[in-house]
Design a protein. Structure first.
Lengths: 256, 256
């Protein structure tokens, strides 16, 4: 049976997955998005387990989530996911998040993935390798009316926070979980900030991995358009004062 | 239709809910247990929403989880939960965690709950208030072959870690989520520790709430029987050097 191009998965906002305002945590949503990407790809023959067998692995390069509002405690919601485009080195996967009963759109997300060879860590040619199966599933009709992730530059040189990588940060791949950075970034703001602000858009750009024993420093600056740009660098100071960029993020807040 | 005394809920160990060894995180399991408690009570008329209507709320007092092994990534498992006993001020709720397909027992858990008046914060008399419905559901046949939570004393006066309470720590009740302490406690050990050790038993005793702006200090000592006893105190130093005890924990490790 030929699978639909669009995969749909449903969720409920569990009580311990909402913040003090009763809305789903961004990191929990991020986690759900990655799970949906995994299910969708697996069900269509190009999931992590399948590509691992050929010594390749999917790597998340960018993620942009934009939410008009967040599901509240006990609300049931669905996530649609589909492949928008396949290029030589990247593929674009989109998401729509909406109410299960009323179809109300909560928001959308865009992600960009690369595939790398697990031995050489070099990018694979998606058209060569998986062109057939991937191209079969490109969905061009379904809209994803949010901007693509853009460029993020942070000039600030004083970190707002420095954290050692902990046990709970590390996933099965042995590096800090992509979504965990989102959690640490939301924790850069005091609880009071979220009384008067909500995040509208959350962008992540993943540059390098970090591991147990690494120290992560978070640099933040406000841009002219009011967004907050954040850069996470590992192991700054010492022999290499600048450290190494791990990821960058851009947050756009609404006043409540 | 009369509900069974035992509620059964099924789960899968999601890829981002396992640690670097591929086993379910203790905090994720703790979260599932509390969700099961909530579902079971709600389905039988004494859930959080129902008791809140009368200005009461359930408070978790103790939790002890003992696992022969932890589910691995993608494994499907079930959690049974039932009320073992109802006393004037406390009720005992137990859990069994087992494989969905083969019934293999992963482990058991015990929890102790009180009900308090939301206005006065004073404990309610469970037999007076909810005797009828609660007593109806006491299940005495089903075994829970692990020890009850015991006494935990920590004499150590130098903290191993101090953390400010962050946005992601706080749940809808406005205080640090019970399970979040478990996560912070597992993070007291370096990643390498978990290469050679696994947690067999995790006990939590909840004493007081902590809030945004609090500083949590973690004190740890090893006891003669080899367990690790941990005390979490808030806002030590300053006018009240001892701070205030928030919770205590006892961890028992197996060597791998």
């Amino acid at each position: 049976m030929k699978k639909n191009k669009i995969g749909t998965y449903s969720f409920v906002a569990e009580p311990f997955h909402v913040d003090f305002t009763g809305h789903l945590h961004w990191s929990v949503l991020g986690n759900h998005l990655l799970n949906c990407a995994g299910f969708h790809a697996m069900e269509r023959g190009f999931g992590m387990a399948e590509v691992n067998q050929n010594n390749y692995t999917w790597v998340l390069s960018r993620l942009a989530i934009e939410m008009n509002e967040m599901p509240e405690q006990y609300e049931e919601f669905c996530i649609d996911t589909w492949v928008e485009n396949v290029y030589r080195l990247f593929t674009d996967r989109n998401f729509a998040i909406y109410g299960k009963s009323d179809g109300k759109i909560y928001g959308y997300a865009r992600s960009v993935w690369a595939m790398i060879n697990m031995a050489t860590r070099k990018p694979a040619d998606l058209l060569d390798l998986h062109g057939d199966s991937l191209l079969d599933f490109i969905e061009t009709e379904k809209p994803c009316p949010i901007e693509k992730p853009g460029r993020i530059r942070v000039g600030e040189s004083m970190p707002v926070r420095t954290l050692g990588v902990c046990y709970n940060d590390i996933d099965l791949n042995g590096h800090v979980n992509s979504i965990r950075y989102m959690e640490h970034i939301t924790d850069l703001y005091p609880v009071d900030w979220y009384v008067s602000h909500r995040i509208r858009r959350f962008e992540m750009v993943y540059v390098a991995e970090s591991y147990a024993g690494d120290n992560l420093s978070f640099f933040r600056e406000e841009t002219v358009d009011g967004s907050h740009d954040i850069e996470v660098r590992k192991n700054t100071g010492g022999e290499n004062p600048e450290g190494e960029v791990v990821c960058r993020s851009k947050l756009k807040f609404d006043n409540k």
